[in-house]
Ligand binder design. Structure first.
Ligand code: FES
Ligand code: FES
Length: 155
């Protein structure tokens, strides 16, 4: 690990690409992804672990990037952001079921839905609720989001 006057050089493996960044020890992964890597699909909401707008995958597990320090990430860790989610069916289902309005929460929901379906292609209602409860949406009332997910399960 190289250190330059308060900055640490890190290699982050994001969406299959290795990216070299200089970070401070107190910088969150959320801020590094957006402001140093330039991937702005991951949203800044509460920065307090409550809203889920910043959800990404670390080694295929959903994590709130505002609650993760970039310094904690190892070079071997696989980070996936909304830009790296290649499942067009999920995006299509969200559009067809009006699962968003302003869209601010949508990246986080899609990342979570992707992780859920990878883990279990036929989740029951309890599992669906468990995965979706970590994310907040101020606009939709959640029905469209649940419908989109149910549509994907039927496919
Ligand atoms: S911005 Fe991370 S949970 Fe709200
Ligand atoms: S679509 Fe606006 S917050 Fe969810």
């Amino acid at each position: 690990m190289k250190i330059y006057e308060g900055y640490i050089e890190k290699i982050l493996n994001i969406n299959g690409e290795k990216r070299k960044v200089l970070i401070k020890p107190n910088e969150t992964l959320l801020r590094v992804i957006r402001e140093k890597i330039g991937l702005t699909g991951t949203k800044i909401g509460c920065e307090n672990g409550d809203c889920g707008a910043c959800t990404i995958l670390i080694n295929d597990i959903p994590q709130k990037s505002c609650m993760t320090l970039a310094i904690e990430i190892n070079e071997d860790d696989k980070i996936t952001t909304i830009e790296g989610i290649d499942d067009e069916n999920i995006k299509k289902a969200f559009i067809e079921e009006d699962a968003f309005q302003c869209g601010f929460c949508t990246s986080g929901f899609i990342v979570n839905v992707y992780a859920l379906l990878k883990k279990n292609s036929n989740p029951d209602d309890e599992m669906i609720r468990e995965y979706l409860e970590s994310n907040l949406c101020r606009c939709t009332g959640y029905a469209g989001i649940e419908n989109a997910l149910k549509k994907l399960i039927k496919k």
